[in-house]
Design a protein around this ligand. Structure first.
Ligand code: NAG
Length: 217
């Protein structure tokens, strides 16, 4: 019995170690994604390596600011594998964030990546919450960098008097962006009772919040 228990524990540790690993290591120098093919378990199939060009490894979209004309005042220009196929299998991605005055990336997680933000211009109140609900947050300014550990809820709020811009890098080719409020109130399909009980809301307030998310897309 004791032996079985330790074997089980050993197996569990092994499984957890696998789950905690970042994107798998590549088995070749590069594997530029062939986006015309379906996503497989470890990314996209490679386009023929002999057909790879310098341009496959260059990404120009971050030259242009993201569109901040939305309720949260943040424009995201993503550079994950779907936009930047050259980083397929390499375990990295990049994005540009532009903030209107008061713009907020609402609390969200990247289930598959840790993140680093570099503040190019402006002042952001940036932070994350650990699983024991400790808050790590302060205003970061031009030239400063902050990291957000994998999977933890984090945000950035433009507290400056002008627009702000940040560049984020993430250690997954497909980090996933899950916005907490949108996922819970915007999906529409979660049983009302779950949201009412989770947030100590009355039914009417809960429906009101749901309808705001439904109308803001
Ligand atoms: C920015 O987004 C708004 C709202 O979706 C849209 O009306 C506007 O045309 C966009 N601006 C640019 C420059 O794409």
């Amino acid at each position: 019995m004791a032996l079985n228990a330790s074997l089980l524990l050993l197996l569990l540790c092994y499984v957890l170690a696998i789950v905690n690993a970042a994107d798998p290591d590549p088995l070749q120098d590069f594997c530029v994604a062939d986006l015309s093919k379906d996503l497989t378990i470890n990314g996209f199939p490679c386009k023929d390596a002999s057909a790879a060009t310098t341009e496959d490894f260059i990404f120009a979209a971050l030259k242009n600011p993201g569109n901040t004309s939305n309720p949260f005042g943040v424009g995201v220009v993503p550079g994950s594998v779907r936009e930047y196929p050259g980083l397929n299998t390499l375990g990295i991605s990049i994005a540009r964030l532009d903030f209107a005055v008061g713009g907020l990336t609402t609390p969200h997680t990247h289930p598959r990546a840790s993140e680093i933000i570099y503040v190019v211009t402006g002042s952001l109140y940036a932070g994350f919450v650990s699983t024991d609900n400790r808050v790590f947050a302060r205003v970061i300014t031009e030239g400063e960098v902050m990291m957000f550990p994998r999977g933890l809820i984090h945000w950035q709020l433009n507290v400056g008097k002008s627009t702000a811009t940040g560049i984020v890098t993430l250690n997954s080719q497909s980090p996933g962006f899950q916005f907490v409020a949108n996922s819970l109130f915007g999906s529409g399909d979660i049983l009302d009772e779950v949201l009412v009980k989770s947030f100590f809301l009355d039914e009417n307030t809960m429906r009101e919040i749901k309808s705001i998310f439904a109308s803001s897309g």
